[in-house]
Design a protein around this ligand. Sequence first.
Ligand SMILES: [Zn+2]
Ligand SMILES: [Zn+2]
Length: 268
Amino acid sequence: MTRFVVLGSGSKGNALAIEHGGETLLVDVGFSAREIRRRADAAAVPLDRVAGIALTHEHGDHASGAALLARDLGVPIFCSPGTWERLRIRIGNARHAPLSMTAVVEAGPFRIESAEISHDAAEPLALAISTAQASIGVAYDLGRPTAAVRYLLRGRTALVLEANHDDVLLRTSGYPPVVQQRIAGAGGHLSNRVAAELLADLVHPELAVVVLAHLSERCNTAQHARDAVAPALAAAGFTGALHVARQSEPTGPFTLMRADTQASLSLG
Ligand SMILES: [Zn+2]
Ligand SMILES: [Zn+2]
């Protein structure tokens, strides 16, 4: 059985925990180490056997607590060489395990694959983490869903995908036009509409859980995100569960298992 919990998601911090076989992998640590511990505790996520911390990119809402937590836990930080270049000044003696866009990197029972994304960071990545039971695609801060990202996210059992803003709420947000352009541009963030199109394209029979994440506080609501995405998923034949991740508290846990295991469990 594989379980994951979104510890929190939004422009004030992102973190996710995946558990398998008694080990935990953290994906992004955009809260203080103390806040990560508090949220993990609240969501009953064990931090005594952490295989590593995987980071999508160096922005504070994804990496602010990574240095301290990696040192406290004595675990490596898995990220792209470009992200590490930016982080190493702050991170001091933490261990770096480079992620590769051409090879699978192993961390305990977790296998990490990655694809480069279009975002205004050094070398940002979308990630896919697989265990013997499930695989979870994680993509935030997507300026555009490139072919590489579509390919990485295909065939996963769960997807945690950015649904950052509603187009109308962004236009009426009061942000200056230049900021609006940056948010909606290739280096920015995915709208609900584009997230819905991408998700509809990624539906397949084993896709069990979709979590919409990294919602803008000012230009989105959980209801807007859900209303944009749910009909597109339904039209594509999605029969799994759709959730919207919260900023202030954990969302989940979500339990995943292979279809053949599920069948044998329900038969037994
Ligand atoms: Zn970012
Ligand atoms: Zn972000």
